[in-house]
Design a protein around this ligand. Structure first.
Ligand SMILES: *Cc1c(COP(=O)(O)O)cnc(C)c1O
Length: 485
């Protein structure tokens, strides 16, 4: 279809009506049947956050001299987060547009810090085809680090996980070499909800004088409150001496508007390598703290307002409610002999797989989707993922009973693992040529962003590879960061 800006604009009501209609086929996150992407809190809370966002709808944090209000709010959000994470009087940082931007910034900062201290080695590496600065990641680290690697030419070296799905620290030590610029741990990891052994990683970081970034994008605004409910957690924040930076998203368990994260460093010694300054531009002298140019004021105002309005008491109570729901679901899964938790989750995220040869976990996912759930499938190992929000208090029992039914149904219908998405996932896991799959994924992106802007057709009966890939990708879209959102 050919799209043109209408010559004469349409009536407001008609346009708004179109907006509402387009939403009809989206996932319904308020019903508590979705386990990622959106963090619903309450209708009243949403109204408040929208009001705060709209107050600063037009303001632009690109120029903090022009909008001193936003500068002040960003400063206060960073200070509040620094205190929450025990950063003392020296921790500094900036806000960013989300977890991905915070992680991109961390990798860029440490690359440039390393470069400033190792100019000779840096030049040598730049002249060599197969040497790069390296960062050591747990296998469970977020995919945004891969994006950072792709953008900033920092090579990823993976450290394997232990049986609890925490990074194996002695394996990390073996991977350290002269090109290492950074060690990473997660609190918790997105796929398994486990907190890496940050204290042990910190010992390594101090021993080898390396920076240690803790990715608390999902955990930053819930772990401190879980701890305040006297639930025991391993230490992961600035109380651990080798931790040099922390990323934490306010648009996840902080319940702010989307577009709000913080990246904090132990001191200015690190943060200074994040900044950009240029005095030669024809448009004038220019400075910028983060990746974006124009920075939406609404997201900053909403983050500030949400922290002020919620207060610690509500975050603490909310964390307890979420953990009670999580405990219930985890106990329910443990009670099903066919299933097993993958690793030992520390917070409100979990994953489980099948330990029964006649229960294919992806066939379970298909059955759960037939019952109206939106299920996130993971790989390595094949498992299903959950991330608990306040709304799930109302749906946890239903989730467990549907899961029980799905297991029984799949046992009676062994053919299901060779049908639908289960078959697709089973096949994909066995395909040896990962490069070929990535090429297909990139082809799919070209189709989606082509002039026609195709949306892959899930319900198509055609069984060619591309269609199957497309339907697989639809299911995986939550995992393919920033994809089609
Ligand atoms: C969500 C998440 C990110 C990325 O955050 P976005 O806001 O989606 O860009 C990074 N790390 C972890 C552990 C996450 O859960």
């Amino acid at each position: 279809m050919k799209h043109e800006i209408p010559h004469i604009g349409l009536p407001k009501d008609e346009v708004l009506e179109q907006l509402r209609k387009m939403r009809l086929h989206d996932v319904d996150y308020n019903a508590g049947k979705v386990w990622s992407l959106v963090y619903p809190y309450s209708a009243e809370h949403l109204d408040f956050v929208k009001a705060a966002f709209n107050e600063y709808f037009s303001e632009n944090a690109l120029n903090p001299m022009a909008f001193k209000s936003l500068k002040k709010m960003e400063h206060e959000v960073v200070r509040m987060a620094a205190n929450l994470f025990h950063g003392g009087d020296f921790a500094v940082g900036t806000m960013s547009s989300g977890g991905t931007e915070s992680l991109l910034l961390a990798v860029k900062t440490y690359r440039d810090l390393w470069r400033s201290k190792n100019e000779t080695l840096w030049n040598k590496i730049r002249g060599s085809k197969n040497q790069f600065p390296e960062m050591i990641l747990p296998e469970s680290a977020h995919i945004a680090f891969n994006k950072a690697s792709h953008y900033f030419d920092v090579k990823i070296v993976y450290a394997p996980l232990d049986e609890n799905k925490r990074v194996n620290v002695s394996e990390v030590e073996k991977l350290i070499n002269k090109n290492t610029i950074l060690i990473v741990g997660s609190a918790p990891s997105y796929p398994f909800g486990t907190i890496d052994p940050i204290a042990e990683l910190s010992n390594l970081a101090l021993k080898y004088k390396l920076p240690l970034h803790v990715d608390a994008c999902v955990g930053g605004f819930i772990l401190p409150f879980i701890e305040k409910n006297n639930r025991s957690l391993p230490l992961w924040d600035f109380r651990v001496p080798g931790v040099t930076s922390i990323s934490a998203d306010i648009h996840k368990y902080g319940f702010a508007a989307k577009g709000a994260s913080v990246i904090l460093y132990r001191s200015m010694e690190y943060l200074r390598h994040q900044f950009f300054a240029n005095s030669e531009w024809t448009g004038g002298m220019f400075i910028s703290p983060a990746l974006l140019g124009t920075r939406p004021g609404g997201a900053i105002a909403a983050a500030w307002a949400t922290l002020m309005y919620m207060g610690q008491a509500a975050y603490i109570q909310n964390a307890e409610n979420i953990m009670q729901t999580t405990d219930k679901i985890i106990q329910g899964i443990k009670n099903m002999p066919e299933l097993k938790l993958v690793g030992t989750p520390h917070a409100s995220l979990f994953a489980y797989n099948s330990v029964s040869p006649d229960v294919d976990i992806y066939a379970i996912a298909d059955q759960m989707e037939k019952k109206g759930w939106h299920i996130d499938r993971q790989q390595k190992p094949a498992c299903l993922h959950g991330m608990v929000s306040p709304v799930h208090a109302n749906t946890a029992d239903q989730y467990l009973s549907d899961l029980r039914e799905a297991i029984d149904f799949v046992k009676q219908h062994p053919e299901l693992k060779n049908e639908g998405n289960a078959a697709m996932y089973g096949m994909m896991a066995k395909l040896p040529m990962r490069g070929m799959i990535e090429n297909e994924l990139l082809n799919l992106m070209e189709q989606m962003y082509s002039v026609e802007g195709q949306t892959p057709d899930l319900d198509s009966d055609r069984k060619d590879f591309k269609t199957q890939m497309a339907s697989l990708l639809i299911k995986m879209k939550d995992k393919v960061d920033g994809w089609m959102k």
